[in-house]
Design a protein around this ligand. Sequence first.
Ligand code: ZN
Ligand code: ZN
Length: 400
Amino acid sequence: MNDRATAILNGILVLPNELVNDGIAVFRGDRIVDIGPRSEVKLPERTVEIDAHGGYIAPGFVDIHVHGGDGADFMDGTAEAVVKATRAHARHGTTSIFPTTTTGAPEELHAMLSACKSARDEWTIASGAHIAGVHFYGPYFAENKVGCHPPLGRRDPDAEEYLRAFEMGIVRIATCAAEIPGALDFYEASREHGHLVTCGHSDSTWTEMAAGFERGLRHVDHFWCAMSSVSSLRNRFGTPMQGSMAEFVLMNREMSTEVIADGCHLSPELLEFAFRIKGADRLCLVTDANRGLDMPPGDYKIGPQASGEIFHSDGKVGWMPNGGLCSTVVGMDVMTRNMKHMTSASLPEAFRMSTLTPAERAGVSDEVGSLENNKRANLLILNPDLELQRVFISGQEFLA
Ligand SMILES: [Zn+2]
Ligand SMILES: [Zn+2]
């Protein structure tokens, strides 16, 4: 390993709570070794210097909900497909990624987990974003909330299936709809494995969420998308009207959630609302991107190439044939920029939501998510317009 240090200088450091003008980030090997204003950082001898040209020096993005990119879906189940997608996301500044399962046959899920495991174990800089864990997302969705995912691949939790998946040691985030049979045992097992336990694609009530919370539930996937509302529960139970997932998350400080800030899923006032009510330390930006990322407009499949559902990408977002939205086709650079431009979030807050907050919620913040000594040297250089210029992962530059 090269023991010469590298320093990125002449940039504004993006820290979790502040910007530092004329900052320097020094890293050696795969670790950050010094961070601070130029006046306080003493460069080691023979340091390689990289000029940020007055732009921003930021931590690499952490994406906890993402399906694919560059024509590949993680559910394709091969290491080649996985790396195609992790490379695509690195081009957008994601340095830690949680490939996300969809509904699918048990063999398809198993193939996805194995492929992610081998891609993780054989990581080189050419692989792009590090796989920090898998988000076990499908198949345990509510029947009436499968959204754009293949309905045939949906099922209720099967302990034998999920325990085998958890024992593979790569799952770090696990989703199940709170109201379906077996959900509470799933949450319990997931909590025992140290996962971020989440509810998504669900029509659950406040009461069902509260029962889940007792068993470790702490997060809800893509707020306002494929989730219950007071009016959806009125359809389920009549009156008196009941609290939904939304109220449960907004009221409970321990619950975190995520928003899709592509400008197509949620209007600026909803992004602002989620940010103001939950705060930057409980709201994660996710791409939820599918294989249409970095691909021309056209028809693609969400989920496995063999058994997935066809959707149309117009180059801005994915659409189902029935007019519903189907996941996204943009990267975390766009999401972060949108959050800054569309809401009152400060620049450090916008970045916190795509770096430290998802890292904390997924339990990897000791290692990644902010510019701090001894953390992994995952850094981005962006220009003053927040356009991505260069990406460093584990101290090595990723060249698209
Ligand atoms: Zn979804
Ligand atoms: Zn998704």
